[in-house]
Design a protein around this ligand. Sequence first.
Ligand code: AP5
Ligand code: MG
Length: 218
Amino acid sequence: MRLALLGPPGAGKGTQAARICEAFGLLHLSSGDLLRAEKLKNTAMGKKIRDYIDNGRFVPDELMIGIMRSKLVSLVRQGFVLDGFPRTISQAKALTEMLAALERPLTQVINLAVDPAVLTRRFEGRRVCPVCLSVYHVDLMPPQTDGICDIDGAALVIRPDDMPAVVRTRIETYHQTISPLLAYYREAGLLLDVDASGGVDQVWMAIEARLARQGVKG
Ligand code: AP5
Ligand code: MG
């Protein structure tokens, strides 16, 4: 299986990617996590990336495609879930070409559609582990001990781009760019729409059911 997850910021792409990978033995590749890792290196490229992501703007296509290209080759054998890539038509076309060259095209693209009213609550309570990058929510997906990662005991943090003003820019950018991307994958016969407004387990069951209808079972 080679999947890509689409959906607005806060839709649950990271949360559901982790579930899918666990159920199907796939590798999770999050473009946001890759960029945040580059940002922390504080290199010239890291500083450039910081400027984009901390302000809620997309990094340039060329940069994003270059980062993904270097990672994809090692993932294709096992299968993967892409989370946050592609986000533009140029990225989608580059991905199609990269995977065609490896003779491993995408098998499904899952579109997590969310009622905008539920997104605010998800952002407000999100906490992430700076070490293993696990995602929690203070009420909806709390860790066993307040503020502490279940997996490695690190203190959980708030993402800098979860500030309300930045969230607004991220959501606007999403709405400005998503329609052609959905059309591209719908035309290719790859798009599976899933309602992602319910709870984490409910959304997971909807994804599982949607994949099962395609003949894919964990
Ligand atoms: P990225 O890190 O990908 O951010 P995003 O797309 O804005 O998505 P999020 O990570 O905020 O949300 P998510 O859908 O993963 O939700 P999550 O599972 O955490 O990208 C960050 C930035 O990098 C971008 O803004 C851009 O600048 C840059 N970038 C990345 N990719 C790029 C690209 N391809 N091109 C150019 N630039 C790029 O869940 C959210 C919260 O809700 C959590 O607290 C979670 O616990 C909770 N939750 C999840 N599901 C549910 C549920 N069903 N019910 C209740 N709570 C839930
Ligand atoms: Mg995410």
